[in-house]
Design a protein around this ligand. Structure first.
Ligand SMILES: *[C@@H]1O[C@H](CO)[C@@H](O)[C@H](O)[C@H]1NC(C)=O
Ligand SMILES: *[C@@H]1O[C@H](CO)[C@@H](O)[C@H](O)[C@H]1NC(C)=O
Ligand SMILES: *[C@@H]1O[C@H](CO)[C@@H](O)[C@H](O)[C@H]1NC(C)=O
Ligand SMILES: *[C@@H]1O[C@H](CO)[C@@H](O)[C@H](O)[C@H]1NC(C)=O
Ligand SMILES: *[C@@H]1O[C@H](CO)[C@@H](O)[C@H](O)[C@H]1NC(C)=O
Ligand SMILES: *[C@@H]1O[C@H](CO)[C@@H](O)[C@H](O)[C@H]1NC(C)=O
Ligand SMILES: *[C@@H]1O[C@H](CO)[C@@H](O)[C@H](O)[C@H]1NC(C)=O
Ligand SMILES: *[C@@H]1O[C@H](CO)[C@@H](O)[C@H](O)[C@H]1NC(C)=O
Length: 537
């Protein structure tokens, strides 16, 4: 089993604990010249810990080398922690921790210190703040806080005059920039510094987000005279948005038309799903062919949609032979149309993929986003979830990145350590064009829920990201997912079938490519190539 034993509790701890954060990610980046540490995330209960059996190794080209206090004056071992005072470029490589039967590996990449800047671009944490909302920069370090006897905040590498911590004010556009916290530490009589940098972008007022009505702009509804009907108009709004019906005629209102109350459901911070029902009782001919409009509006914009009632069967009175001939023609035409539509529906994915390849379409060039997709999956890594983890961390990147040339963001692999993980996830999702959710019964643990909700918010309210659900193991009941997921179209749910989805050419991957953004992809290799998906022993 490839999957490392990082129990979920530890992941949760990683997010909650503000004292000493452990390092469970495989790929870790550090900066030359700064103190750095690796800390094993211990899972065993206190009485089972065998601290005396702890061993640390570095994997050198000739094999693993035992790390101990005499290995290097810069390296300090403290049970679960390996400290570097400071990290140097030569420290890059694989490290292993061993205690009894527990092991953990990390791949450390030490990058050079920037010569022109007080921070390292690769390690900045991006955060968008709305103008006039509170901008807070807290210089806190989960590990070195106790040791730091001075903390200085720099903006764009210039020391800030007013050195309050946390730095707090109402955001203005001129506050945009790079904020670097420098923690000064003394160790063995030497002065070191650790930096943490936030890339703050000040964005316009989000309350100006346009209201959006869900569904098509014109809705034809087939009705029978004398019956009742309910029209549902639903919209995504901000706090100040309103939704209402316009049903007035020149000469007043139809007495059988009743507007319902507006129901609002909060789906995330400042964003609402609202709906209102128009009830038409005992439908008469006056109600037919009239546009019942529904409007959603706020100070930023307006959206309108219309419902029109049509009679269900408008029986036409025409001579017999004309009628028969007409019927035959109509039947033939509709059969052909149905066939064409069926072919179109069945091969829709292939047609679209063919068209994209043929036209060399690429919709990823100008949107300013970094990743094609953010992959959200169960980070709980117990043996029974191993396949799911392998699928997300290995199979998906192998197919989408290596074979089809997409760029994925996989938290465990691509995210640098330190700081505000939640903000980081949000900003990564903002930089991604799709959110791929690898779904299974055990998916909804607390920290992935955040990814999901953040993604849903982007998808439904800001219309910036599209969601792709991969049902990795049959889930059956989606009842445990947030209600707003039900608004997703059903074709965005793909089912993974381990035995049928192996080939690059299988329905599963084609459907996934179809849902991914069009991108000038690398040419297909051997079409019959079969993926070695089930690698495990
Ligand atoms: C932090 O330490 C590095 C050397 O490790 C030094 O070049 C840099 O000037 C220091 N930064 C500050 C703000 O003192
Ligand atoms: C250690 O290095 C060897 C050769 O460089 C490599 O084959 C092996 O996979 C590495 N082990 C780990 C745990 O990284
Ligand atoms: C410490 O590590 C060195 C190699 O880095 C090794 O030669 C030496 O035997 C180790 N000492 C102990 C006490 O393990
Ligand atoms: C460690 O592994 C050995 C052999 O695989 C096993 O006999 C032993 O019980 C294990 N110890 C623990 C603490 O799991
Ligand atoms: C900082 O954020 C801005 C706006 O989001 C982005 O354009 C820029 O690339 C970011 N800088 C770094 C170093 O990530
Ligand atoms: C910081 O630590 C140094 C050395 O331990 C000490 O001399 C200095 O007074 C400390 N400064 C503060 C503000 O505590
Ligand atoms: C109206 O539609 C919205 C979203 O499409 C849905 O959440 C709501 O339950 C519907 N209301 C009724 C009464 O059907
Ligand atoms: C509904 O909207 C259409 C155009 O969008 C307009 O012509 C019509 O008069 C509107 N109906 C009502 C009742 O406001």
């Amino acid at each position: 089993m490839h999957c490392r034993e990082i129990p979920l509790t530890l992941w949760v701890l990683m997010f909650i604990s503000t004292s000493e954060t452990c390092t469970s990610r495989l790929h870790i980046t550090a900066v030359e010249g700064e103190p750095f540490y690796l800390k094993y995330c211990s899972s065993s209960p206190e009485h089972e810990k065998k601290k005396n059996t702890i061993k640390w190794y570095k994997n050198e080209s000739h094999g693993p080398v035992d790390l101990n206090l005499s290995s290097s004056p810069r390296i300090l071992l403290r049970d679960y922690v390996l400290e570097f005072w400071p990290a140097e470029l030569i420290d890059s490589g694989s490290y292993s921790f061993q205690m009894g039967n527990d092991t953990h590996d990390w791949k450390l990449n030490v990058i050079p210190r920037s010569k022109h800047s007080c921070f390292t671009e690769k390690l900045v944490m991006s955060k968008a703040v709305e103008v006039k909302k509170s901008l807070q920069i807290a210089c806190e370090h989960s590990y070195y806080q106790q040791l730091a006897n001075r903390t200085v905040l720099y903006k764009n590498c210039e020391k800030m005059e007013n050195n309050q911590n946390p730095f707090l004010k109402n955001a203005e556009f001129k506050d945009q920039g790079y904020y670097t916290c420098v923690f000064f530490l003394h160790h063995n009589g030497k002065l070191f510094n650790v930096t943490k940098t936030f890339n703050i972008t000040v964005v316009g007022d989000r309350s100006n987000i346009l209201p959006v009505l869900l569904g098509p702009k014109i809705n034809e509804v087939k009705v029978e005279l004398g019956k009742d009907i309910e029209l549902n108009c639903s919209a995504l709004l901000n706090e100040k948005g309103v939704i209402y019906w316009n049903t007035w005629r020149k000469n007043g209102k139809d007495p059988n038309v009743h507007e319902g109350e507006v129901t609002r459901i909060r789906i995330s911070e400042g964003k609402w799903l609202a709906f209102t029902i128009l009830r038409i009782e005992n439908i008469n001919t006056r109600n037919l062919n009239f546009l019942y409009n529904c409007t959603a509006v706020n100070e930023g914009g307006i959206d309108t949609k219309s419902f029109i009632l049509l009679r269900k069967e408008d029986v036409v009175d025409i001579p017999g032979h004309v009628f028969t001939g007409g019927m035959i023609a109509a039947v033939v035409v509709s059969v052909v149309a149905v066939c064409l539509v069926t072919v179109g529906v069945i091969y829709r994915v292939d047609l679209v993929l063919f068209y994209r390849r043929f036209m060399g379409r690429d919709e990823t060039l100008t949107d300013g986003k970094t990743y094609d997709a953010f992959v959200s999956y169960l980070k709980e890594c117990q043996p029974e979830h191993g396949e799911e983890h392998t699928f997300a961390v290995e199979t998906l990147p192998r197919v989408l990145e290596k074979h089809f040339g997409y760029k994925l963001c996989i938290f465990e692999r691509d995210v640098v350590p330190g700081g505000a993980v939640v903000d980081e996830i949000h900003s990564l999702i903002e930089k991604s064009r799709r959110l791929i959710i690898v779904l299974s019964q055990s998916y909804m643990s607390s920290e992935v829920r955040y990814e999901l909700e953040s993604g849903l918010h982007e998808a439904l309210v800001e219309r910036k990201i599209k969601i792709i659900l991969i049902e990795f193991t049959p889930v059956g009941d989606f009842g445990f997912l947030p209600q707003s997921l039900n608004l997703l179209q059903s074709h965005r749910v793909l089912k993974w079938k381990a035995d049928e989805s192996l080939s690059y050419n299988s329905r599963f991957w084609k459907n996934l490519l179809y849902l991914m953004p069009a991108k000038a992809v690398k040419p297909y290799r051997d079409e019959s190539e079969v993926l070695p998906v089930l690698l495990q022993s």
